[in-house]
Design a protein around this ligand. Sequence first.
Ligand SMILES: [Ca+2]
Ligand SMILES: [Ca+2]
Length: 213
Amino acid sequence: MKKLVILVLLLGSTLLFPITAVAVSSITAMTASVTFDYTADNIVDAWYVKDGSTVTSQSLGDNWDNWKLKDSLTISLTAGSSYDVIWQASDDGGVAGFLAAISSADPISGNLLSSTSWSVTTETDWETATWVPATYYGQNNGSSHIWTQVNKGPITGIDQAADWIWTDKNETDNNVFIKTTFAVNSVPVPAAFWLFGSGLVGLVGFRRRRKSS
Ligand SMILES: [Ca+2]
Ligand SMILES: [Ca+2]
C-alpha cells in the first residue's frame, strides 16, 4: 500500500510540476569524453590540447615510437568549447607521416580525421608559428603507399578513412607540428530525466507538508 502511495505521488507530482520540466529540459551536460587515436612515422614526441589560452600537455602512450601501433587517450572536455589539438612528431629515417582520428559518443564537430584540412609547421614554437595546410600521402586503408605495404594492412584502431599527412617534404622535414581544431557541442539531457527529477522534487515537498501538519 505504501509503495502504491509513493508511486501515485511520484506520477501525480510529475503532473503537478510540468513547468519545472519544461524550464530545465534545455540544460546540457557539462563535459564530453573525447578519444584521440594517432600514430606517427616515426615518433610522437608530445601533444597538447588548447582551450582558449589554456594549454594542457597530454601523456604519451606506450607506442609513441612505433609507427605501426596507435596510441589512444580519452579525456574529458567541456561542452560548448572549441579546442586546438597539436601533436609534435619527428622522423628517424625515410619518409615521414602522421595519422589520427578524434571521436566521441557525445556530439563533436570539426575535421576529426587527419587530412589536408589539418595544419602543419616546421617552426620550433608552435604557439607563434605560421601554419600551412598538410600534404596528403595516402589513406589509412589505401594499398599503394609504403605504410600499408610495410605494415601489411592499415594501422589497426585508427579510422580507415584517416589520411597520412605531413609537410610537403616528408623525406626531409623531420620535425613537425600537426594541428586541427574541433568543437565539443552541447549534449542534450533526455527530457525523461528531468520529468523524473521534478517528480522527486514534488514528492519531497509533499512529505515536508505532511510532517509539518
Ligand atoms: Ca605509434
Ligand atoms: Ca620514417
